[in-house]
Design a protein around this ligand. Structure first.
Ligand SMILES: O=C(O)CCC(=O)C(=O)O
Length: 307
C-alpha cells in the first residue's frame, strides 16, 4: 500500500517513517504521548472497567464489585474492545497527532479507524498467539494498520509484542489453527509460515511509545510473567478511507442489491484524516464495547474474536 500523497509532499520525518514501515512492516514511534496523556488514558481505563462510563458487554462485566480495589478490578479484565464507543478520551486518542502524522505517510492522506482495543493484561494473564490482524479485519487494499499505544513500559517479562520484521511482504494470510496452548488466549494461531520464532524481535518500549504494524505483519505476545502490575496498551486499527471494509457479513435487513459481496462496507468508522469518499453512504453504530474473555474458564475451538 502506498500513499497517494506524492512522497515529496511528506516531511523528512514522514518519509523516513514510510520507508522503514514499507521495508519492515512496523514502525516504533517513541515519546508519541506525553506522560500526562498516558496517565489520562490509564485513569480512564480504570473508569471503564469500573463501569463509570457505561455498560461494557460480555463475560464478567458489570462494573466495580462492592469493596473491590482498583487492582482487584483491573485484574478481572484482559482486554476491552471498542472503548472509544464510551470514552471521549479514548475517542480523541484515535486521532492523536502522532498517529495522523504516521498514517498519512504510510497509508493514505485519507484514513479511517474502525476499532479500538484496551489491553490491561495484569501479571499472570495470557498473551496472543502468532497472527496477522487482517485475519480479523479484512481490507480490500491491504492497508490495515494497528497503532499499539504503550500505557506501561512493555518488556519481555511483562508480555511485550514480538514482531517478525518483513513478514508483511508476501501478502499472504497464513492458515490459522486452534493452538491449545495455555500461554495464549482463545484467538487462533497462524501456522505454516516460512519464519521461525528466532526471526521474531521483541518490541520493548517505554510508556507513551506507539508501535505501528501492518495488518499482514506476523506478531504475538507472551504472558505477563511480572510479579505484579499490568502491561496496558490501547490498540487502535486504521485503514485507507478509499477501501471498503468488508468486516462483517451482511445483516438480514441489508438490501443485497446495494450491498452485494463486492460492496460490503462496514460504516462503523471514524475518519481521522482527509476525506471520506463514501461519506454519502452515512455512518452506523454497529457494535458497543465488550469484554474479551481471557480463556481462564477454557476456550471453545471456534474463532471467537475480532482480533
Ligand atoms: O497487546 C497484545 O498483547 C497483543 C496485541 C495484538 O496482537 C493486536 O493488537 O493485534
Amino acid at each position: 500500500m502506498t500513499s497517494t500523497l506524492s512522497f515529496n509532499q511528506l516531511t523528512q520525518k514522514q518519509q523516513e517513517i514510510a520507508e522503514f514501515y514499507a521495508q519492515n512492516g512496523f514502525y516504533v514511534y517513541p515519546d508519541a504521548l506525553t506522560p500526562e496523556e498516558v496517565q489520562g488514558l490509564r485513569d480512564e481505563t480504570t473508569r471503564i472497567c469500573a463501569g463509570d462510563l457505561g455498560e461494557v458487554g460480555g463475560q464478567s462485566a458489570g462494573g466495580r464489585r462492592k469493596g473491590e480495589s482498583d487492582d482487584e478490578l483491573l485484574r478481572r479484565f484482559l482486554c476491552i474492545h471498542f472503548p472509544h464507543k464510551i470514552s471521549d478520551i479514548m475517542f480523541d486518542a484515535l486521532s492523536h497527532p502522532a498517529i495522523v502524522e504516521t498514517l498519512t505517510a504510510c497509508v493514505s492522506p485519507n484514513v479511517k479507524a474502525m476499532q479500538s482495543m484496551l489491553f490491561i493484561k495484569a501479571s499472570g494473564k495470557p498473551g496472543q498467539a502468532w497472527h496477522q490482524d487482517e485475519d480479523y479485519i479484512p481490507t480490500r487494499d491491504r492497508s490495515l494498520v494497528g497503532a499499539w499505544i504503550a500505557l506501561d513500559d512493555a518488556t519481555t517479562q511483562n508480555g511485550c509484542l514480538w514482531i517478525i520484521p518483513g513478514s508483511h511482504k508476501p501478502g499472504i494470510l497464513w492458515d490459522q489453527t486452534w493452538h491449545g496452548d495455555k500461554r495464549f488466549d482463545c484467538a487462533w494461531e497462524s501456522q505454516n509460515f516460512p519464519y521461525s520464532d528466532e526471526d521474531a524481535v521483541p518490541v520493548e518500549v517505554k510508556a507513551g511509545t506507539i508501535v505501528f504494524f501492518n495488518g499482514y505483519t506476523l506478531h504475538r505476545s507472551l504472558p505477563n510473567h511480572a510479579k505484579s502490575g499490568y502491561r496496558r496498551a490501547l490498540v487502535n486499527h486504521y485503514m485507507s478511507a478509499e477501501s471498503f471494509l468488508p468486516w462483517h457479513p451482511p445483516r438480514k435487513d441489508e438490501p443485497r442489491d446495494a450491498k452485494g459481496m463486492a460492496k460490503l462496507d462496514n460504516r462503523d468508522i471514524v475518519m481521522i484524516a482527509g476525506q471520506d469518499p463514501y461519506a454519502h453512504h452515512g455512518l452506523e453504530d454497529r457494535v458497543g464495547p465488550s469484554v474479551r474473555p481471557a480463556g481462564e474458564g477454557g476456550c471453545g475451538t471456534g474463532q471467537e474474536y475480532e482480533d
